[in-house]
Design a protein around this ligand. Structure first.
Ligand code: FES
Length: 123
């Protein structure tokens, strides 16, 4: 069932302003590889960029890519990132909050796309 933007099903969040949903793995492999500091850094960057209304950061359990830890995915782009660290997490937030493309510098060695015409894989 698709939620209507006007529904208040996510607390008081205005879904009409939401542009990006980041899903960050906090499973055991990702936690061993710094997911906690990635999460905290991204939260701080969202706050400092005043991007709370348009970027949602959600934490989840294992995303099934433990060998790539620390892993996250960005929607609606559908880009998955591996080997994230605090610095890259902050950089990702800055790019998303300023409307910049995620870009090759960030994604070159660290991401793969699950779908789309330019889908690429490093495997
Ligand atoms: S623990 Fe993060 S992908 Fe498995």
């Amino acid at each position: 069932m698709r939620l209507k933007v006007s529904e208040q099903s996510m607390g008081s969040r205005d879904l009409g302003k939401l542009q990006h949903h980041i899903v960050l793995c906090l499973g055991s492999s990702c936690m061993k590889n710094g997911a906690g500091s990635v999460a905290e850094g991204m939260r701080r960057e969202i706050s400092s960029q005043q991007a709370k209304s348009n970027i949602q950061l959600s934490k989840t359990s294992c995303m099934g890519r433990c060998s790539d830890a620390c892993t996250l995915a960005v929607y609606p782009q559908g880009d998955w990132f591996k080997e994230m660290n605090e610095k890259l997490g902050k950089k990702l937030i800055r790019r998303l909050s300023t409307g910049q493309a995620i870009g090759k510098r960030l994604t070159k060695h660290r991401s793969y796309s699950m779908h789309g015409p330019n889908a690429q894989t490093d495997r």
